[in-house]
Design a protein around this ligand. Structure first.
Ligand SMILES: [Zn+2]
Length: 76
């Protein structure tokens, strides 16, 4: 589970982006933390970079799929 120290840096939001599940090797639509729906493994990735492939880590019987956990807002 993603950790943070200062709650004032994060805002709970109901954006549909948090509901989408992304296949291994898909393009990350947002910079941020993504979580494997199968095991909870978390990664940090830049916007438009490629999410890790199925071979990134192993577990069964579920497959690796990525779901956005926290995204970085690019505004001041
Ligand atoms: Zn996993």
């Amino acid at each position: 589970m993603a950790l943070y120290k200062y709650g004032s840096f994060l805002t709970q939001h109901d954006d549909a982006a948090f509901d989408a599940v992304h296949s291994p090797g898909a393009t990350a639509p947002y910079a941020g933390i993504y979580r494997c729906t199968g095991c909870g493994y978390e990664i940090g990735i830049a916007e438009s970079h490629t999410l890790p492939p199925q071979s990134h880590h192993s577990h069964s019987p579920t497959k690796v799929e990525w779901r956005l956990c926290v995204y970085a807002q690019h505004k001041k």
